[in-house]
Design a protein around this ligand. Structure first.
Ligand code: MSP
Length: 516
């Protein structure tokens, strides 16, 4: 049987500066979900990339005294270096300056014109260069004679220029119907409701999709003084990277998009408007498949819940974190300490606390004491035997029921709850040790009972490790080596004889305790 496909994307990040912890967070979470689906046997493709056009980038390049293309190339190199450093592998690195992408977006503009979905008019309104976003006066905040963006706080400029408009209004009813019929489509729902009340309930406005005073962007073929609005350009990266083409679409596009099973976009909540509303409508208007799910995560704040910003001097650089902590500690923190979809706080103290509690004291300790007891008493390996003793049955029950709940939680992207479930199993295994005190069972007549306990511990460690591999694959590969097995497989979890006669390493330390 053919494996189901799963295509997952991060936003493509603006090449207006180096990546920061927020980008690292988003990419890590999407990557973990991709790993999860791979472990379940899906045929997965994972995309990240860079959004390289627009006025903001044009201005930044000028400020740096560089040609825009040179400026963005340097940043893209630094992005790729960072993903490599953090061991985040991807299938596509999508760039909006890729000539294939640029050509494709031009043909889409032409298609929309032909379909009568784009018309020429004049834009009179507000624009945020920083957010590359159009706003009406009603949506903006007015303070001391100036207009500001309602969420980012960036200053808005008044703009009046000729522009082409996309007929968003025509899709309003379709969109609202879809939202009502499919509550799992755009998540979290509170964000969808916010989108409805801010942009749809009073009537969706047609969207200005070209600018005239910008050079750094994709020119329309029909009217070259018009440059395509960055969001029209950027959103289509999700299909151009797969080889989309109106006349002759590529294999990956057909396999992972048009005929694909699941298409999921992970984004930050501040760009929900563009994805929830405009991207879904663009795909519908073009007659291509509409993505199955768009999930908006929250923003990272500092330990006191303040927004991370240069002016508050509370930004934590990925480089700095990397120099102090193993990359998989950081990944574990992102997945376990932040509720996906909510804002979350980040602090080094909290990172240290979580690593020490979950990975050192709980799971790490479980592995190291189990291996030690095995090497002391069973250097040649263990064998599983059934037992009717209640403690043994109970722990076997926990191991057997572990996976369904883990899957149930991960399927709805409750990463923190899924990992809590993992740590609960690890904790139960530690308690099983504390209750049965296997270290006292060293005499010959207790040997069978000791073996009963230790083989169940190994099987429990297997289940815990199977789930943790989606977050920390490198450390878990080390564990596999210490357990003298190839890898952790879903179908082997409830086979308790898999460790029969396997000689495990005599010691293993996952991480040393981090001192504060
Ligand atoms: N270029 C657009 C996206 C185009 S997608 C077709 C863009 N780029 S961005 O560089 O500003 O990156 C935005 C994304 O980075 C957010 O949606 C979010 O995923 C992530 N984050 C940026 N700052 C963040 C935090 N402070 N916290 C968490 N994530 C943040 O928007």
């Amino acid at each position: 049987m053919k494996n189901k496909t799963f295509y997952i994307t991060t936003p493509i990040y603006y090449t207006s500066g180096p990546l920061h912890i927020g980008h690292l967070y988003c990419t890590t979470v999407a990557w973990i979900i991709a790993n999860y689906k791979r472990v379940l046997g899906y045929d997965v493709k994972f995309l990240t990339g860079s959004d390289e056009h627009g006025q903001k980038i044009e201005q930044k390049a000028a400020l740096a005294g560089k040609e825009p293309q040179v400026y963005v190339n340097e940043l893209v190199d630094s992005y790729k270096k960072m993903w490599q450093q953090y061991n985040i592998n991807y299938d596509y690195f999508s760039r909006t300056t890729d000539p294939m992408h640029m050509k494709m977006v031009q043909t889409i503009f032409t298609k929309f014109l032909q379909l009568g979905l784009i018309y020429k008019g004049k834009y009179d309104g507000l624009y945020s260069v920083n957010d590359e976003e159009f706003l009406t006066k009603n949506q903006a905040v007015f303070k001391n004679g100036e207009y500001y963006h309602p969420t980012s706080g960036h200053k808005l400029v008044l703009m009046s220029e000729e522009s082409y408009f996309f007929k968003m209004k025509e899709f309003q009813n379709w969109w609202l119907n879809e939202v009502n019929n499919n509550p799992e489509w755009l998540l979290p729902s509170k964000m969808t409701n916010e989108m409805i009340s801010n942009f749809v309930s009073e009537g969706l406005e047609d969207l200005s999709v070209t600018r005239t005073n910008i050079n750094w962007g994709i020119k329309t073929n029909e009217d070259p003084k018009h440059t395509l609005y960055v969001w029209l350009d950027a959103l289509f990266n999700y299909v151009s990277a797969l080889g989309f083409d109106l006349d002759n679409p590529g294999d990956d596009y057909l396999k992972y998009w048009e005929n694909g099973d699941e298409i999921v976009h992970i984004i930050g909540k501040e760009i929900s408007r563009f994805h929830f509303i405009y991207w879904t409508i663009f795909t519908k208007a073009l007659g291509i498949k509409v993505p199955n799910k768009i999930y908006a995560h929250g923003l990272l704040r500092d330990k006191d819940g303040r927004k991370m910003s240069k002016s508050l001097n509370n930004v934590i650089e990925p480089e700095y974190l990397f120099s102090k902590y193993h990359d998989e500690m950081i990944k574990y923190y992102f997945a376990s300490a932040i509720t996906f979809g909510e804002d979350g706080n980040f602090s080094e103290e909290k990172l240290i606390d979580i690593v020490n509690a979950d990975l050192v004291n709980n799971y790490g300790n479980l592995v190291s004491r189990t291996l030690k007891m095995i090497s002391n008493s069973f250097p040649e390996g263990l064998f599983y035997k059934q037992s009717s003793q209640s403690e043994h049955l109970e722990i076997e029950g926990k191991i057997n029921s572990f996976v369904p709940k883990f899957i149930e939680l991960m399927d709805v992207f409750k990463l923190d709850k899924a990992l809590e479930h993992t740590m609960n199993l690890s904790d139960s295994l530690n308690k099983y040790i504390d209750t049965l005190r296997p270290w006292t069972l060293t005499s010959q007549e207790n040997k069978a009972e000791l073996e009963n306990i230790l083989i169940r511990l190994l099987n429990g460690i297997y289940a815990v490790s199977w789930s943790l591999q989606i977050v920390m694959p490198n450390k878990i590969a080390e564990i596999a080596k210490a357990l003298n097995i190839e890898s952790f497989k879903l179908e082997n979890i409830s086979n308790f004889s898999k460790f029969d006669g396997v000689k495990t390493a005599d010691k293993f330390i996952l991480y040393n305790r981090i001192k504060k």
